[in-house]
Design a protein around this ligand. Sequence first.
Ligand code: BJW
Ligand code: ZN
Length: 255
Amino acid sequence: MNPSLSSRLQSVLARAGQIVAFTGAGISAESGVPTFRGADGIWKKMRPEELASMNGFLANPALVWEWYQHRRTIIHTVRPNAGHEALVAMEALFGRVTVVTQNIDNLHRRAGSSSVIELHGNIERNYCLGCGEQYGGETVPLANRIPTCPRCGGLIRPDVVWFGEMLPEDAWEEAVRACGSADLLISVGTSGVVYPAASLPVAAKHAGAFLLEVNPEPTSLTPLADEYLCGPAGSILPLLVDQIRRLRTGALHEH
Ligand code: BJW
Ligand code: ZN
C-alpha cells in the first residue's frame, strides 16, 4: 500500500505550520483496543446508554465499573502502535503537532506526543460524585465492585465524558483554537458521528484548513475531506511521515 499523495497535499505538507491530528478509537485499534462502532465495536455487544451515561451508571454502577476496569486492563497491557508513533515523528519534523483526541486511553502521551488535548477525559482518572475528590486509576478503592469515596462515602466514577455531558471546558476551548488556526487537519480513526467533537474537523475546514482523512472505511467526514487515504493508521501514517521526509530532502536538494 503506497498512497500517492496529490500535489495539493504535497504542497500543504511542504508549507504547513499548524498541524492538528484529530483522532478517535481507530488509531488505537492496531494496539488491540476495541473501537466503539463497526464490526468489532463495543456497542455491538453492549448498549451505549447502559454504559456511557449517568443514568446508566446510576442504574447499574457495578456493570459500568466492570466495563471500565476491563478496558483499563486492556489499555495497561497494550502499547502505542506505529500510528501513534508516526504522529510523534511528525511532531519532530514540523516542530509541533497538536493532537486532539476523543480517546481516553492515554496512548498518545505514552507514545510521546507532547501536545495532547483530551476531549472525552482519561481512563486513568476518577472522581467522587459527592465531593469531587480526584482518584488515580491505581488508588481508586476498588476492593468493592462499586468504589466509594473514603472521604464522603459518595460514588466514584471514571473521569470520562458520557452522553449528555459537557466536554471539559478548557480542553474544548483549546481544541477549538487549535482547529481554527490549523493549516492541516488530519482526521484519523474516527467515525465522526459523536458531537460536539465531530464538529471540529468541519470547523477547521471552514476556517481554511486542508482536511486529510485516514481511515480504512469512509465515514461521515469523508465527503468533506480534501484528501482521503484509505487504510489503517498504523500503515498510512508512517508512509505519510516517509513522504514528508522525502519532500523535505527534495526541497533541500533544490537549494
Ligand atoms: C480505523 C482503524 C485503523 C478502525 N486505523 N482507523 C443527535 C444529533 C446530534 C448530537 C446528539 C444527538 N443526540 C444526542 C447528541 C449528543 C451526543 C451525540 O453526539 N450523539 C450522537 C452519537 C448522535 N453527544 C453528547 O452527548 C456529548 N455531549 C454533549 O453533546 O453535551 C451537550 C449536551 C448536554 C446536555 C444534554 C445534551 C447535550 C458527549 C459525547 C461523549 C461521548 N463519549 C464516548 C465515551 C467516552 C468514554 C469512554 O471511552 O468510555 O466517547 S462515546 C464514544 O464515541 C467515545 C468516543 O470518543 C466517541 C467517538 O467514537 P470514535 O472514536 O469515532 O470511534 P468509532 O468506533 O465510532 O469509530 C472508529 C473508527 O475507526 C471507524 O471509522 C473505523 O473505520 C476506524 N478504524 N480501524 C484507522 N486501524
Ligand atoms: Zn467524596
